[in-house]
Design a protein around this ligand. Structure first.
Ligand code: HSE
Length: 302
């Protein structure tokens, strides 16, 4: 009698598009189970970790847990009766892998599946965003949108809740490395400078348009020139001590580019699918060489 929804982890910003580009990955994500109850409450009965044990780091309050916030927001508008949720956390917390967004997306999708007239994935955006806002302290959809829709998504704040799924050519993969560190996204966002120079703005605009076009057409040399962040990465890199070594290792193995995933500490690279295993091993070796344990995921762009 439970329905079950899975939402993947994601790479926020994708270097070039702060708060407006996101990319889903394979192999890591959160699952939310939901069922109707005879009462009238929306509640989370348990949060489990990957090991199947109760998760000690997360609240079961529907006002704090992003899965609960998203599901409750949808249920308040469209549901009736009670709703029980169980959260199975597969994405590490404060990892820069869109952990709060994956829970929010899975919570919204699970509750939606119990409605008489379910909404489309795109229509679930506002509810999933409400969940994400509790965790990150701002409205940005670059994790929620790929968690809901998959693939590479363009979701600038000025267009929300409208979001655009971007096409990608075959043969490109992402490599995502999660070092054993934590960065709090809300804090990291508060620390960002509110000012950019005209030169930075011009450069970043050029990169984002070039990047989107390169993904669409498969122009690899344009992709490699454009996969850069001249505004945010320099401000955040110091929070992740292994970042310089990992980035250098990725670029040394023909990655098109390498940057922080979301607010870090995770680090991603894009590369040709045939180079992905080599890029991943080089990044892993560099990270361990700096003294940090890590986990990696390789995902073809679809
Ligand atoms: N765009 C957000 C940020 C994503 O960089 O703060 C957080 O994962």
């Amino acid at each position: 009698d439970f329905v079950s929804a899975f939402a993947p982890a994601s790479i926020g910003n994708v270097a070039v598009g702060f708060d407006m580009l996101g990319l889903a990955i394979e192999g890591a994500g959160d699952r939310v189970l939901a069922r109707r109850t005879t009462g009238s409450e929306v509640f989370i009965s348990a949060v489990y970790g990957l090991d199947g044990e109760l998760h000690t780091g997360l609240s079961t309050s529907i006002e704090e847990n992003t899965a609960g916030v998203a599901a409750a927001a949808l249920w308040a508008e469209r549901g009736d009766g009670g709703l029980e949720l169980i959260v199975r956390k597969g994405v590490p917390l404060q990892s820069g892998m869109g952990s709060s967004a994956a829970s929010a997306a899975a919570g919204a999708v699970a509750a939606n599946a119990l409605l008489a007239e379910p909404l489309s994935m795109a229509e679930l955006m506002p509810y999933a965003l409400a969940g994400e806002a509790v965790a990150s302290g701002g409205i940005h959809a670059d994790n929620v949108a790929p968690s809901l829709l998959g693939g590479l998504v363009f979701c600038p704040p000025v267009l929300l809740p409208e979001i655009v799924s971007l096409g990608t050519s075959d043969g490109i993969s992402s490599v995502l490395l999660h070092p054993e560190l934590q960065v709090n996204t809300a804090e990291s966002r508060r620390g960002l400078s509110r000012n950019v120079t005209m030169d930075q703005w011009l450069a970043q605009q050029g990169y984002i348009v070039g990047f989107v076009e390169a993904c669409r057409t498969g122009d690899r040399s344009l992709l490699a020139r454009c996969l850069q962040d001249v505004i945010i990465e320099p401000q955040r890199a110091a929070m992740v001590p292994c970042f310089p070594a990992v980035k250098q290792a990725a670029l040394g193995q023909k990655a098109y580019g390498c940057s922080l995933s979301g607010s870090g500490p995770s680090i991603f690279a894009l590369c040709a699918t045939e180079d992905a295993a080599d890029v991943a091993s080089a990044m892993e070796a560099a990270c361990r060489g700096d003294g940090y344990e890590c986990q990696l995921w390789i995902s073809p762009l679809t």
